[in-house]
Design a protein around this ligand. Structure first.
Ligand SMILES: O=C(O)c1cc(C(=O)O)oc(=O)c1
Length: 305
């Protein structure tokens, strides 16, 4: 794959998002977003599974201001592999308004981990989605988890719901806070009372160190971005899932735009409308304050809480 040739069929991020009608609480954090390159400054990793369009830190921070967020958590995207330079650069130039989640290999030195910490990194991401990454042995991941736990960092895990049973023992042995990306990608056609989603809720219920991002309705939805049946909201088939998680675990949920939305081929969400999704899954001001401010601040800026 050439460095700059975008993966065919892959949509670019939404250029002129609407202004959300929902007013975010003061200090709201977009706790899951990425930067891509720019490729000529921060080359994409040779082992990547896709080549994205560019999505720079300046464009990310313009979106932050447009939507009304105060801060970002920039999560290492798989197209950059374990080369964290673009994410670190974004954190360092944010004036303290961004923290990061890195991808690291076992070979990383303690000094390099400390450098990441100084740049604002507070977690590592372990990815188990087969279309995105090659397999990394679990003993390597556990060793990394042990080292980063000592820095007070957490582990972000990304996996598909069908893989949770097989990954359960590994996840439950992680020695630090564990944050699940996008609710563990439930198959929403199975329904909120499915065995599959019940297992995810049990995972959170039985393990107080497990948090979840209630993000990415645009990836999980089958009904899509159009409001249907007189409903006001887009992505309505995802609402019961996210709402269940927010209401049962109000102190362990995070929300993020997922901008610039890697790997979307059927539609690209208007980020303003994604923000308008929030009050459907966190219907009270108290839940919104926890989801958007108190929880991400506790995890990423504990020194300010
Ligand atoms: O579902 C995805 O394709 C996806 C990919 C990435 C990444 O490539 O890092 O991150 C995400 O949060 C979601």
């Amino acid at each position: 794959m050439s460095q700059f040739e975008k993966t065919p069929g892959w949509l670019d991020w939404y250029a002129n998002p609407s202004k959300p009608q929902f007013k975010l609480p003061a200090g709201a954090v977009d706790a899951h977003c990425h930067v891509f390159g720019p490729g000529n400054e921060f080359p994409f990793a040779p082992e990547r599974k896709y080549t994205p369009c560019d999505a720079s830190k300046a464009q990310l921070y313009a979106l932050r201001d447009h939507l009304g967020f105060a801060r970002n958590v920039v999560v290492q995207a798989t197209c950059h592999g374990a080369d964290n330079r673009a994410m670190v650069d974004a954190c360092k130039s944010s004036g303290g308004k961004a923290r990061g989640v890195a991808t690291v290999r076992r070979s990383i030195s303690d000094a390099e981990l400390q450098e990441l910490h100084d740049a604002g990194v507070r977690g590592v991401r372990f990815n188990f989605v087969k279309r995105l990454v090659d397999f990394t042995p679990k003993d390597e991941l556990m060793e990394i988890a042990g080292r980063i736990a000592k820095l007070g960092w957490h582990v972000v895990i990304y996996f598909e719901a069908v893989d949770l049973p097989e990954l359960w023992d590994f996840f439950t042995a992680l020695p630090t806070t564990v944050v699940v990306d996008h609710m563990g990608r439930p198959d929403v056609t199975k329904g909120v009372d499915s065995e599959e989603f019940a297992l995810f809720l049990k995972f959170m219920r039985e393990h107080q160190n497990v948090w979840s991002k209630v993000s990415c309705p645009e990836r999980l939805s089958v009904t899509g971005p159009k409001a249907l049946n007189g409903e006001q909201n887009a992505y309505q088939d995802v609402v019961p899932f996210a709402r269940r998680v927010v209401e049962e675990f109000p102190d362990r949920v995070l929300w993020g735009t997922d901008w610039p939305h890697p790997n979307l081929k059927d539609h690209m969400p208007d980020d303003g409308l994604l923000v308008d999704f929030i009050p459907h899954i966190a219907p009270t001001a108290e839940l919104q304050q926890k989801l958007l401010v108190d929880n991400p601040m506790r995890l990423y800026w504990p020194e300010e809480v």
